[in-house]
Write a protein that binds this ligand. Structure first.
Ligand code: ZN
Length: 152
């Protein structure tokens, strides 16, 4: 457990997870779930590795955190992710009752917080976290840019 880290440090952990995912060929997106200044889960995209279209960093981290805490509701938890969550992950973050969401780069093509369906603002969303965007944005965007540049 890592205690007493400030917000930017938690995003640094998510960025590190993203970077490692990129090295193994996954789209570099990382996520950390924090409770009482303790990291309870760290994850990165594993869709290729697991042959699982739902294996986004946020989903894996939420599952791990819920298993560790022993509850499907992560009421005291904050989630840090390097890219704006997609529709699926925004839904999962809402179901998990996550307290605060911190994310790095905006994702106009696949995001669902400030982009696309803006899930947390929709009438069918029954819990919305407090949202803080642009945390570690330039580093998150750089990882994704370099990853996709190498692939072209
Ligand atoms: Zn997602």
């Amino acid at each position: 457990m890592i205690r007493g880290m400030k917000a930017p440090s938690f995003m640094d952990l998510a960025l590190k997870a993203a970077e490692n995912a990129g090295k193994s060929g996954e789209v570099p997106i990382g996520c950390v779930v924090v409770r009482n200044c303790e990291v309870v889960a760290t994850a990165a995209n594993r869709t290729l590795t697991d042959h699982d279209p739902t294996a986004h960093a946020e989903i894996i981290a939420l599952r791990e955190a819920a298993a560790k805490i022993g509850s499907e509701r992560l009421v005291d938890c904050d989630l840090y992710v390097t890219l704006e969550p997609c529709t699926m992950c925004a839904g999962a973050i809402s179901f998990a009752r996550v307290r605060r969401l911190y994310y790095g780069a905006a994702d106009p093509k696949g995001g669902a917080v400030e982009s696309g369906v803006r899930f947390f603002a929709s009438p069918t969303c029954h819990h919305a976290p407090d949202v803080y965007s642009g945390v570690g944005e330039s580093e998150a965007a750089r990882l994704l840019r370099e990853f996709f540049r190498e692939r072209r």
